[in-house]
Design a protein around this ligand. Structure first.
Ligand code: AMP
Length: 315
């Protein structure tokens, strides 16, 4: 890509061009870097929604060249998960990515990323320990292999794209913690930005997997965010125990049985019993109809005290 072209058209309103090979992508990034441009990177599995677009817009605001990747990574799906039915619409994704400010979309085929097939790779990047063996990483759930698939492909993408800044969503809170740890442990020269979860007007966290929900399940799915709100309110007013009880009630009323509903330290993912000095994540995962949904809320301790605002105090 011509860097003057990028400078003249910082906000393309047309579809972003799709590059299929590592060589093409590296050439485009190298040209931008030669011109002194900074590179922002947004890795995605596509079927874009406002959550993805918020990351692209943040990258657009901060970086000269914005690269999004569009790759449904087979190695982070276990057998029996939804790899084959994962929703895809590349044409729409390229248009939305371009409109949000992506300059380039790296959209490789599986054979470009894994020339010997997904199982033919011999080198893995694995964040070991509790960060990847609890919550979604629990062997009874997606398992640590899920995160090994994520960190390995993200490490590959970082090596291909060589971004200055990479953008991730708080929606996948555990993934963000794991990636921060990988970057810190292996000294990847990239800054990680984690941006807030974007929600539908009724609170449901946006997710490509929401496409699996029929009308009734879509309605029931709103219980997840209500449960997290109840957990946060409870934590502020009567402690985490009260919060969990209220959250479980919300889920039960919607007929939702959570896989997990837990409070953990936002950085170490150690279990916590109370909100004290450090930020706490309350995280939930649950099957709803044909989808497995996750959501979380980040509770900052300074906001955990019960300090009603003046208008609430007057009620
Ligand atoms: P995915 O395509 O699901 O792999 O997600 C790509 C990136 O978008 C990840 O960093 C996600 O955490 C982020 N993301 C997904 N959903 C949301 C959301 N509702 N709000 C903010 N970021 C999101």
């Amino acid at each position: 890509m011509n860097s003057n072209l990028l400078a003249d058209n910082p906000r393309p309103t047309v579809a972003a061009p799709a590059l299929r090979t590592k060589a093409e992508l590296r050439a485009a990034v190298a040209e931008a870097k030669r011109a002194g441009q900074t590179v922002g990177f947004v890795p995605t599995m596509g079927y874009l929604h406002e959550g993805h677009l918020s990351l692209i817009r943040a990258a657009r605001a901060e970086c000269d060249l914005v690269v999004m990747s569009l790759f449904v990574n087979p190695t982070q799906f276990s057998p029996g998960e939804d790899l084959d039915r994962y929703p895809r619409d590349e044409e729409r994704d390229l248009r939305l990515a371009g409109e949000a400010g992506a300059d380039l979309v790296f959209a490789p085929g599986v054979e470009e990323v894994y020339p010997d097939g997904p199982k033919g790779i011999a080198t893995y990047v694995e964040v070991a320990g509790p960060l990847t063996s609890v919550l979604d990483g629990d062997p009874s759930r997606r398992g640590p292999e899920h995160f090994c698939g994520v960190t390995t492909v993200v490490a590959k993408l970082f090596n291909i794209v060589a971004p200055d800044v990479a953008y991730f969503g708080q929606k996948d809170a555990q993934q963000a913690v794991v990636i921060r740890r990988m970057v810190s442990d292996l000294d990847f020269p990239v800054r990680i930005e984690v941006l807030p979860t974007v929600r539908e007007p009724d609170g449901l966290a946006m997710s490509s997997r929401n496409a699996y929900l029929g009308e009734e399940d879509r309605q029931r799915a709103t219980a997840l965010s209500r449960a997290l709100q109840a957990a946060e309110r409870g934590a502020r007013e009567g402690g985490l125990g009260a919060g969990f009880a209220a959250a479980r009630r919300e889920l039960a009323e919607a007929g939702i049985e959570p896989e997990y509903l837990e409070a953990r330290d936002a950085e170490t993912l150690e279990p916590v019993e109370a909100i004290e000095a450090r930020p706490v994540l309350v995280l939930v995962a649950a099957p709803v109809g044909a989808a497995r949904l996750i959501d979380n809320v980040l509770i900052h301790p300074n906001k955990a005290e019960n300090q009603p605002s003046p208008s609430e105090g007057e009620k």
